[in-house]
Design a protein around this ligand. Structure first.
Ligand code: BES
Ligand code: MN
Ligand code: MN
Length: 445
């Protein structure tokens, strides 16, 4: 298929605003699922089904049976993050635009463009001798509940030799990677209530407690200025990477100053100063405040003491931390750190355990070879700061999970003007086409 035709089809997929976290887009999520299902049928799949939900179904399918060949499970997600703030997009997020060899749209890199790449790589090869299985979900950006429930009911859905996940990026331009860990996530709302109702700040100010003030104090107790998270037991299971791994990271094309100036574009980096930036991003847990609700935030001025305030927060977890334990630890810490005169509560929204992956299965070698043939460089092992909740479950049936991707570090995932470089896409299609061939040629593994 020529590039123009491929671009037209990708544009059609990216045009669907499949935002899984906003109920107003339920129909759009369903439409994106239909797009994936139609594509699987075009690839000759049988048993193309929608599973687990009418609005955010897991799209499942099976390629033609090839007896004696390895089974490859392809995982991806067709849902995307909300596109706001809209006024910061140069072109609207769901009107895909090609400029300077890049396609700009929400979902271009995360993850529709990459799902597209894996599927078109199958179409590009003459019947690779591989038993393909597909699980393309629509709730990855919202904690993957539908897929988790499905796999609990039907664990045989992940039975495969290898699972392929392309939902990340190269570590740097020209440097494809496979990832050995993903961070987990614990997403929560912390609410502080100080009085029955809001109060006039003149009549009561000076003597009545203020919910925002109490919440802010609580939050700064949970994480200090030095970046240390003060939740008892939180760091206990965290292990430092081995000397060999830290030494390998030094050889990656990552420069802390460039990271600050070109990617973060802030005045300084923060966090635990005695660890390298890569260690902070990849091997240490975090605590972030995403937003604070409550009180008066409208136009103009209102003199009021808010009675309630809520912070949306999340913690990224690293290998050996457990979501269930961290939930208990956070709830206990909030209880302990909030003063007696406030009512503090924690509500957990979603989460994921961290993932740790051995990259010694022969399929990793084959993927490295495919990248080397197409791009000139084999994959390097790295770690990832982000999360893909379902990865530990994908590994639970014995499949080796390959975490890789065709994005670049500056793709602006979840942010305005998300993009995918088209060269990455065209190379990616060649890489995975070659990988499928090599995998098929290797026979059962
Ligand atoms: N593709 C990302 C995960 C990712 C990003 C891995 C960058 C490695 C590097 C995925 O779509 C994502 O954004 N996941 C969410 C999961 C959450 C909402 C449960 C995340 O990490 O915030
Ligand atoms: Mn993703
Ligand atoms: Mn994402």
């Amino acid at each position: 298929m020529n590039q123009e035709q491929l671009l037209r089809e990708l544009t059609e997929f990216l045009r669907i605003p499949s935002v899984s976290t906003l109920p107003a887009h339920n129909q759009d999520c369903r439409a994106a699922a239909e797009w994936v299902a139609a594509e699987l049928r075009r690839l000759g799949c049988r048993e193309v089904e929608f599973l687990g939900s009418d609005t955010h179904p897991v799209v499942s399918g099976k390629g033609p049976d090839v007896p004696g060949a390895p089974t490859l499970l392809i995982y991806g997600h067709y849902d995307v993050q909300p596109p706001d703030p809209l006024n910061e997009w140069t072109r609207p997020p769901f009107e895909p635009t090609v400029r300077d060899g890049k396609i700009y749209a929400r979902g271009s890199a995360d993850d529709k463009g990459q799902v597209f790449c894996l599927l078109k790589a199958i179409a590009a090869s003459p019947r690779p001798p591989v038993n393909f299985r597909f699980l393309i979900e629509g709730e990855e950006e919202f904690g993957s509940k539908v897929l988790f429930d499905l796999l609990k009911r039907e664990p045989q859905r992940v039975r495969a030799d290898v699972a392929l996940v392309a939902d990340m990026s190269y570590v740097a331009p020209g440097w494809p990677a496979v990832y050995t860990t993903l961070r987990g996530l614990c997403y929560a709302e912390i609410t502080v209530r100080t009085s029955k109702t809001d109060l006039h700040s003149g009549e009561y100010g000076g003597a009545a407690p203020n919910a925002h003030e109490e919440l802010c104090r609580l939050l700064t107790r949970l994480k200090g200025e030095d970046g240390k998270i003060n939740i008892p037991g939180f760091y206990a299971p965290v292990k430092r990477p081995s000397k060999a791994e830290l030494a390998a990271w030094k050889k990656l094309p990552f420069n802390e100053k460039d990271f600050l100036q070109k990617r973060v574009q802030a005045k300084a980096l923060v966090g635990l100063k005695k660890y390298s930036v890569l260690e902070r991003l990849w091997a240490l847990p975090t605590f972030e405040i995403h937003g604070i609700l409550g009180g008066f935030t409208g136009e103009g001025a209102k003199t009021v003491i808010p009675a309630e305030a809520t912070a949306k927060v999340s913690m990224r977890l690293v290998p050996n931390q457990k979501l269930a334990a961290v939930e208990r630890q956070l709830a206990a810490a909030v209880n302990r750190l909030a003063p007696k005169h406030v009512t503090a509560s924690v509500r957990f929204l979603h989460g994921a355990d961290p993932a740790q992956i051995k990259v010694d299965h022969p399929a990793f070698q084959l993927l490295g070879q495919a990248f080397k043939e197409v791009t000139g460089r084999a994959t390097v092992p790295a770690r990832a700061g982000g999360s893909i909740p379902v990865v530990p479950a994908l590994a639970s049936g014995g499949a080796s999970v390959i975490l890789t991707g065709i994005g670049l570090p500056d793709d602006r995932l979840h942010a305005p003007n998300e993009k995918l470089d088209l060269k990455q896409l065209w190379d990616g299609i060649d890489v995975f086409r070659r990988f499928y061939e090599l995998l098929g040629g290797a026979g059962r593994m």
